[in-house]
Design a protein around this ligand. Structure first.
Ligand SMILES: [Zn+2]
Ligand SMILES: [Zn+2]
Length: 425
């Protein structure tokens, strides 16, 4: 049964199909396709209850497969917010002496070694770096495109825990809060409920998984481990594949869907086209890997889950409200701090992690509210355009890549037109 926990604003979706809402039968259960919140054993039972259920049935059921580029965009925003903090990667603040893709690392393994030189800030405040600045930052780079790629790589090597947690908190706050309680018969709801689904099955839980990501053995281009080395020989570890975090969505029919937008700095550069989502100034794809268990793992990294932490069904979070104009009250601050420590265990969250998470949650809530209230999500492609290993650098150096993407877009449109043309004939 759908429930609104005592004193909470969070309205939990159906957790399981236990019985028919009309007669109590436990057999042949099907879900009401209008809301995804009621189960019936037969058309007859659904029909008998319809008059009572109708006012509560109308629900915006947003497909996770449709809206995930917005979630990925929000993760990326956290990385970009981190650039102004001490969490910004040192690679952005030092000259690059060399970038050796396959070299013998100090521990004896083969990997990518990036040597950091004297201090140099590649990111010009408030602007894209000029080609001259990039050249000065990374003089040994092959070309402008590879310099941008390395800069992107450092920019996306941002704090993982605040990025996944803030996105989950924003989903909780904007999708699972509602004044519309279908089980109450006293009043007709004034607003349409919003819920997530995957295909036709309602999302019954979501949260964060912790575990490792390992190279897929059958993949030819396995991403190599990365380390950084300062001039004095000090080693800085690369992205931590052993202790990684990603977002999961569980559906009523038992599927676990994964969304990981933090793999870019580990060498998996799948990204989604941002064109249809109006998330300017983004003119380039955003890193995101999204799949269910039935999908072929086309990725070069495989997720191995150790633990999962529900955000939707964590009752401690149900009391928190996210202010729209400040960085959070004491209650949300404490909740965020303890959650970050939990998902990061055995390591601890830094003060920067907490600040980033709080500030980002507030920003994401605004972004999500706009997408939902404007009904903009209804015009999103059912399935986003996905690019494999096609990062697009901004500015002049990205022109060639952007042109390539436009050709892909144009080409696909043309082929669709051609297909429609054929059908008409
Ligand atoms: Zn029934
Ligand atoms: Zn319904």
């Amino acid at each position: 049964m759908s429930t609104l926990t005592q004193g909470s604003r969070i309205f939990l979706p159906l957790q399981s199909m236990s019985e028919c809402h009309a007669c109590g039968s436990t057999k042949n259960l099907r879900i009401c396709s209008g809301c995804g919140e009621r189960t019936y054993c037969s058309r007859e039972c659904q029909f008998n209850q319809w008059k009572e259920h109708k006012p509560f049935c109308k629900t915006n059921r947003i497909g996770v497969a449709t809206i995930y580029p917005i979630f990925a965009f929000m993760v990326d925003q956290v990385h970009f917010s981190a650039l102004a903090t001490d969490a910004a990667h040192p690679g952005l603040k030092h000259k690059i002496l060399s970038d050796e893709p396959e070299t013998s690392l100090p521990d004896g393994t083969i990997g990518r070694l990036i040597r950091l030189g004297p201090p140099f800030s590649v990111l010009a405040p408030g602007a894209e770096p000029s080609p001259d600045r990039l050249q000065a930052w990374h003089p040994t780079g092959n070309d402008m495109s590879s310099r941008f790629l390395l800069m992107d790589f450092f920019m996306r090597h941002g704090p993982v825990a605040p990025s996944v947690l803030s996105v989950c908190l924003a989903i909780l706050e904007t999708i699972y809060t509602t004044a519309t309680v279908p089980s109450s018969s006293s009043s007709v709801p004034s607003s349409i409920r919003t819920r997530l689904r995957y295909r036709s099955s309602p999302v019954v839980d979501f949260g964060i998984c912790s575990g490792s990501v390992t190279p897929e053995p059958s993949t030819l281009s396995k991403p190599l481990p990365v380390i950084y080395q300062y001039e004095d020989g000090t080693i800085l570890p690369g992205p931590d594949r052993e202790n990684h975090l990603w977002i999961y969505f569980d559906t009523l029919n038992g599927e676990r869907i994964l969304l990981d937008s933090n793999l870019f700095s580990m060498g998996q550069m799948d990204s989604v086209d941002t064109g249809p989502y109006h998330v300017e100034p983004y003119s380039r794809p955003i890193p995101a890997v999204f799949f269910d268990r039935s999908e072929r793992r086309r990725g070069v990294l495989v997720h191995q889950e150790r633990k999962s932490f529900s955000i939707l069904r964590n009752l401690d979070l149900h009391q928190i409200t996210w202010p729209s104009n400040s960085t959070g009250d004491i209650q949300s601050l404490r909740a965020v701090a303890s959650l970050l420590d939990t998902i990061k265990a055995p390591s601890h969250a830094s003060e920067t992690d907490r600040d980033l998470c709080l500030q980002s949650t507030v920003a994401h809530v605004k972004c999500m509210q706009e997408v939902i209230q404007s009904n903009r999500w209804k015009s999103f492609p059912v399935k986003p355009e996905v690019f494999i290993n096609m990062p697009v650098p901004p500015g002049p150096a990205g022109e060639a890549v952007r042109e390539q993407i436009n050709q892909v877009r144009g080409g696909r449109k043309d082929s669709k037109k051609a297909q429609r043309g054929k059908k008409r004939k």
